[in-house]
Every structure is written in C-alpha cells, then in structure tokens.
Design a protein around this ligand. Structure first.
Ligand code: NAP
Length: 329
C-alpha cells in the first residue's frame, strides 16, 4: 500500500504552486499532482489557464509583464526549490469518507495509481467557456485579439481605441464591458437573448455608458482574420440572417466551468455552478474536515492569478494548522 502523505495538492496553477511553496517551507513534504495534458475530467493543462495566455501584465512583481507559461515555470521552480514532490498524474476519483483520504489517479499512459493523504488541497482551477470555433481558438492561442479575460488582456495596446466585442449577458460580460470601455473606442455587447442575465446594478452601469452598446438576439458564428482579428460574423437568432461586423478584439464572457468532475460522488459540497463551497471564509475550509480548496475552483468572482495564489497560501496555512491540531506534523 502507498505511503500516507501529510498533504497532497491537486492542481498546478498559481493556487497549487503557491500552496506547495508554503507547505514545503513548513516541512509538510507536500506531494503535488500536476495533472496530465488532455485527460478528460481533469485539468486544463499542467500549469492551468496561464499556459494558454500570452502577456501577463497584472501580476505584481513583473514590472515589464511576463508570458503566462514563463510565469508558471517560475512558480514551479520556486516550489521545487523547497523540495515539493511533483507527479504528472490526474486525479480521477476521491474517497473522502475514509481516513486517510484516498485519491485514485491515472498517468499519461493510462496506468492507474493511488495516493493516500491526511490532508488535501483542491486547486484544479476552472476553464473559460469558449464558443468552440476553430477561428476563435486559433486567434486566442496566437494572441491575435481573442481573449476570455478582459481584466488580463484588455489594457494591451492592440485593443486601445479599437471597436471591441464582448459576448455574454451575465455579470462577467457587464464587468468586462465596463473595464474595456476605458481603453476601447466602443464596446459592443453581443447577447443571444433580448434580456440580460446580469444583476440590475451591473446592467445599469453598462447601459448608461455611452461607449457601450448591446446587440440583442445575436450569436457569433465565425471570427474573421488570419493573424489578428478583423471582425466577427453575427447571426440574428430570429431571422437566421448573417452579417460581418468589423472589430479589433473579441472577449468571451459566457461563463466558466470549474474542474470538479473528479469530485463527483465524494461527498464534498459544490455550489450550483459546480464550484467547491468554502464553508468558513476567509479560511479555505470545505465541507469535509482536512480537505481545503484554493483558486478558481472555489472562486467564481475574482478569478485572477494573484487572488488564486493568495488563496493557495491561505489553504496551505490552514492545512498546516489543521494537521498540527491532529498531531500530524
Ligand atoms: P453566467 O452568469 O453564467 O452568464 C453567462 C452568459 O453567457 C449568459 O448571459 C449566457 O446567456 C451567455 N452564454 C452562455 N453560453 C453561451 C453561448 N454558447 N453563446 C452565447 N452566449 C452564451 O456567467 P458569468 O457572467 O461568468 O457569471 C458567473 C457567476 O459569477 C455569476 O454568479 C455572477 O453573478 C458571478 N460574477 C459576479 C461578479 C461581480 O459581482 N462583480 C462579476 C462576475 C461574475 P443566457 O443568459 O442566455 O443564458
């Protein structure tokens, strides 16, 4: 039977690596399961959403900005410096009703494994929802003006004084549109219905902004441009009629999906959106004692690398104190 770990951290984004850094420096000898690329039900990629990002300009400590993948390498390097152990396995099932906890895993070759742990930090993140168009994915990956995070990318020079499109009708779309209105010449919010889902206060902020305009009952069927977006193709949901619309940026705000599929059936409380419920904020406690959560997997509101890293630190400190209380040191 495998050795019982004091602490296993699941996930390798800013929350996971920061938790590992703090836990390793507290002599908890953490094991971090960083995930396998393209495993269904698992993670975005080892490294999380930032592996799909180009310039990160809003992470403090990088005054010139940094590429997302570079930043995640730096996070990992720092955690490894204090002897965090890392395995590239996906957790596919958790047994939290027994102690020590049991995590069932699979590696890139499909080989099954098991880890046992006294404490677990879930830091598997969330993925932005995309339309799923080939053109959208190509331009998002190449930094060609398509993004799922206005707060991360909206201030980049490529969007300044340009017409930009935000798709979605929820609070995120409103927030992104208000933020983008500071830089863009005009922001068009494209929504598939004739009524917004967003809270009244967020709606009013956008509807009252002369730089924002809502285009109702419309979906996007294509993103135009080779190296950089030049426009989008709109389709009117009522008439089915299509038209091309020139713009210099597209921001997706059609929701996020937390990576919690592997938690189904383990008894951990999730909210209606599938996010792990934090039961005693500001602590990172969950509904099961000894299981902690950090980062976007437990945060539908802020979703920033810096807030995820902060939550990773909090979760590690909470786990350290909890383990000490159980006389597991
Ligand atoms: P959301 O509330 O789920 O809204 C997603 C929006 O995208 C909806 O308007 C939806 O349209 C649209 N949509 C979904 N799939 C689509 C598709 N394939 N094509 C076109 N449109 C599509 O997600 P969210 O705005 O990210 O908010 C998530 C949670 O975080 C909410 O609870 C929200 O209140 C919270 N939040 C709060 C704040 C804040 O308080 N500052 C900021 C951001 C988010 P339909 O309306 O037709 O379904």
């Amino acid at each position: 039977m495998s050795k019982v770990q004091k602490l296993v951290i699941i996930g390798s984004g800013p929350a996971g690596w920061t938790a590992a850094l703090y836990a390793a420096r507290a002599n908890l000898d953490p094991l971090l399961l960083e995930g396998v690329p393209q495993q269904t039900g698992g993670y975005v990629l080892p490294g999380g959403q930032l592996m799909l990002t180009t310039d990160v300009e809003n992470y403090p400590g990088y005054p010139e900005g940094v590429l997302g993948p570079q930043m995640m390498q730096d996070f990992k390097k720092q955690a490894l410096r204090f002897d965090t152990r890392v395995e590239d396995r996906d957790v596919v099932e958790c047994e939290f009703q027994q102690r020590p906890f049991v995590l069932k895993t699979v590696n890139a070759g499909g080989e099954k494994g098991t880890s046992r742990a006294h404490a677990v930090i879930v830091a598997t993140g969330a993925t932005a929802n995309w339309l799923g168009l080939e053109s959208e994915q190509r331009l998002a990956r190449s930094g060609g003006g398509v993004s799922a995070c206005a707060v991360c990318d909206g201030a980049l020079p490529i969007f300044r004084d340009k017409r930009v499109v935000v798709i979605g009708g929820g609070d995120s779309a409103m927030e992104e549109a208000s933020y983008l209105a500071k830089f863009a010449s005009k922001v068009f919010i494209v929504h598939r219905r004739d009524e917004l889902r967003a809270s009244k206060i967020m709606q009013e902020r956008v509807l009252g902004n002369p730089k924002c305009e809502v285009i109702w009952n419309t979906v996007i069927t294509d993103v135009l441009g080779n190296d950089h977006i030049t426009g989008v193709r709109f389709q009117d949901v009522n008439s089915g009629q299509e038209r091309d619309f020139a713009c210099g940026g597209l921001f997706l705000a059609i929701g996020h999906t937390p990576a919690t599929k592997f938690l189904q059936g383990c008894g951990l409380d999730l909210d209606d959106g599938g996010y792990v419920k934090l039961t005693a904020p500001p602590q990172m406690f969950t509904s099961i004692e000894g299981v902690f959560a950090a980062g976007d997997v437990a945060d539908a509101v802020y979703r920033q690398a810096v807030t995820a890293a902060g939550m990773g630190c909090q979760a590690a400190l909470d786990a350290e104190r909890w383990l000490a209380g159980q006389s597991i040191e």
